[in-house]
Design a protein around this ligand. Sequence first.
Ligand code: SAM
Length: 252
Amino acid sequence: MIGATRGPFSGTRAWRVRRGSISRPGPYNDPMAGCCSLHARSTGRCFSRFARRYRRRFERRGFETSQRQLVAGLEQAGLRGATLLEIGAGVGYLHQTLLERGAGSAMGVDLAPEMIVQAEDRARARGLAVRTRYLCGDFLELADAVPEADVTILDKVICCYPDADGLVRASLARTRRVYALTYPRDRGFVRFAVAAASLALRLVRSDFRFYVHDPARIEQWITGAGFVKRYENRTPVWLTQVFERAIPAAAG
Ligand SMILES: C[S@@+](CC[C@H](N)C(=O)[O-])C[C@H]1O[C@@H](n2cnc3c(N)ncnc32)[C@H](O)[C@@H]1O
């Protein structure tokens, strides 16, 4: 059965997802029915299809270059005992690896039900179940019910969401100390690839789209919220940045 999670999340539109059986709401047995906006529903459906592939790819090849950069920036900022919030957590390998390297506990949020199924399964397989919690849904809708974390991570998520401003501001508000993200650089060939992907998605009648949001504005939103950039690196496609709050917020 589907429903809001219990405890601090009751009353939200978070969905519990159990191993091997996504709780299925609404008509047509569609796990995304009744969730969020049209775009968010399409995004969830789209990424659910790729969840097993994401997991297999990581088990075979490990981190991509931009993710190795992200981990380097995070380790530089310090992770020992930290609480992590990963938004667009996918199948969970990033925050789960950070837990294995000394972080304390993690919450993963993702729109795609199958991503959450895989993340929970992987956490159990690696003995991390008691240090992880997962929520399925649009972070913007869940944000008020998500506990604050020392470290917030958005790895290739902003490019999957139209309201970058809303997503960044809502996630900054849950961040006590470190804010880390990867997102596409604004370059001609990246825009061309995104336009080609949009055309392909239109042809298969999906409402999901990729976006190249302006990096300068993203950075302005983050620094305007009182964060200072401590790390930056790049690949031809991705920008990796780690910010720290100038005056860390008190735990609470
Ligand atoms: C490109 S994938 C990256 C997944 C993971 N970070 C990785 O690199 O393996 C983007 C993920 O973000 C999720 N996502 C996009 N917008 C979201 C939102 N507003 N709230 C929660 N999850 C979101 C998608 O469902 C998808 O799983």
